[in-house]
Design a protein around this ligand. Structure first.
Ligand SMILES: [Zn+2]
Ligand SMILES: [Zn+2]
Length: 296
């Protein structure tokens, strides 16, 4: 099925279905940050691919689930394990993404092919890896990635991409259930995940961005999203020398950090999930100083 689709897609041409400005923006970023050329090209390529197949797959949202949601104080609408996602759609999208990527010149091409064969031979494999991803079972993910010689980061990225259309459908369906202004917790009101990025918007108001579903919500600036510490002398940030408007906020109590973009300074910021991919140098700086990501 994957092969068939690729041949159809190549007839369709790649340029027409993705908004031109998004692609132009990615191209600009590649110029600006050549060290992320490979990551950016993969992202660009997968965005085009996802856009092409979007109309073809119907994502099933269980309507009754959305109606039954009871909003409780301090509780996210769902937990990661119980998200009403279309796992069937994600399972069928996953091999197609791999198939598409392995047709490109990539260092890990053989590993991708191995993963593809694995998925084709064992239909439970993908279900297990999606489950491990949603329940943050790092050990299982690492060992499953090893089975096919893929880097676990690449495997996680591909699973996330496969879930993405379904996560977007869910986000659209439930966003009115969330009272954005009254949610002031450090975890996502929709899925309970941690934030992976933050940004400062108008009047310096801080928003956090969910690592899984991409939902954004307000959070006080002088408070750690991971341990709720609000002692000013234990909170701080350092800035990037390379680019203005990028900084890393850290907390000395729990030793965690979050990358922050100042949207008042940065011209034409990319979508946050993309900014997250291309600011790995900031993660490295934070790690050098002894700060950790939320789940390490
Ligand atoms: Zn979320
Ligand atoms: Zn903290």
């Amino acid at each position: 099925m994957g092969t068939l689709f690729v041949s159809i897609a190549s007839h369709m041409g790649e340029e027409t279905l993705m908004p031109d400005e998004s692609l132009a923006q990615i191209d600009q970023l590649i110029q600006k940050r050549p060290m992320y050329k490979e990551a950016l090209s993969v992202y660009r390529d997968l965005m085009i691919f996802l856009n092409e197949i979007e109309p073809e797959i119907k994502y099933v949202m269980k309507g009754e689930v959305v109606h039954e949601i009871k909003v409780k104080e301090g509780f996210p609408l769902f937990s990661r394990e119980d998200l009403p996602l279309d796992l069937k759609a994600a399972s069928s999208l996953f091999p197609r993404l791999i198939d598409h990527l392995s047709s490109k010149k990539r260092k890990d091409r053989q590993a991708l092919e191995k993963a593809l064969n694995k998925v084709r031979a064992d239909s439970n494999w993908i279900k297990r890896v999606i489950k491990a991803f949603l329940s943050r079972d790092e050990t299982t993910i690492v060992s499953m990635a090893k089975e096919v010689n893929l880097e676990s980061m690449v495997l996680k990225f591909l699973i996330h991409m496969s879930l993405r259309p379904s996560l977007n459908t869910l986000k659209e369906a439930v966003k009115e259930k969330i009272q954005k202004d009254s949610w002031n917790y450090g975890y996502c009101p929709l899925c309970g995940s941690s934030p992976d990025m933050a940004y400062l918007g108008e009047q310096g108001k801080r928003s956090l961005h969910c690592e899984l579903c991409g939902y954004e919500w307000y959070y006080p600036r002088l408070k750690c999203p991971f341990c709720e510490n609000s002692k000013a002398k234990e909170l701080g940030y350092f800035v990037s020398n390379e680019e203005e408007g990028f900084r890393v906020d850290f907390c000395k109590k729990c030793n965690r950090y979050i990358k922050t973009l100042d949207m008042r300074i940065i011209e034409q910021p990319a979508p946050l999930e993309l900014e997250n991919l291309i600011t790995l140098h900031l993660d490295m700086l934070a790690h050098e100083q002894g700060f950790k990501t939320p789940h390490s």
